[in-house]
Write a protein of this length. Structure first.
Lengths: 122, 122
């Protein structure tokens, strides 16, 4: 998908064209806050993203310039992933989504300024 | 889906369990800001949400207590939809998603305090 494929001029619609699914922002979360920078590390997160979905989402994030992939080992080649500056600009959006899930759905909370976490209510 | 079906304790994961798709937050946008309170009005939005998806998402939003459905006409019965207080609490999240899409994807902007809109860059 490219810019010309956006469903509408709406900024919300455009953002959801890229990150509007159950998984993409969890991958961004792992890269942004949890120091997970390999395929395997992200896959080990509690939500257990399926392999094919993780591969697809990382590829899309890279195509949109939100994630950068770099080889950190040759033979066999291994890739590491990190957010670009554009990817990091999703942080306020992630914080707002987290705040809502904490207030309304009893989910845990994470403070990126201190690295401290609070458990979910269950 | 109920609370016990959340994928994890993560507040972001829980929020995405409910609104993490391409359509739900567009429906919330229409109810919140654009005065669209009938099935037909929402369906006429620029993104052209498919009938079956709109019916499913309205039902889920109602089950989660974010949307309230009320009959506004008998014979034939017609329903109107509106956000509950919990549904309206999604406004800061919507604003953040809009800001990102405006800054990064050139989408239009809407100011809910004035009702004024700015066109997309294209």
């Amino acid at each position: 998908m490219t810019r010309k494929d956006f469903r509408s001029n709406c900024s919300i619609g455009r953002t959801l064209d890229i990150v509007g699914d159950r998984w993409t922002l969890l991958i961004v979360r792992d890269l942004m806050w949890h120091g997970k920078h390999t395929f395997g590390a992200i896959q080990n997160s509690a939500e257990r993203v399926p392999t094919n979905i993780l591969a697809d989402r990382l590829k899309r994030l890279e195509e949109w310039g939100l994630v950068r992939r770099e080889a950190y080992q040759e033979r066999p080649i291994r890739y590491g992933y990190d957010l670009t500056e554009a990817g990091r600009s999703l942080e306020p959006l992630l914080l707002e989504i987290m705040a809502w899930g904490h207030d309304r759905l009893g989910g845990g909370r994470y403070d990126p300024t201190t690295g401290k976490s609070w458990d979910a209510e269950g």
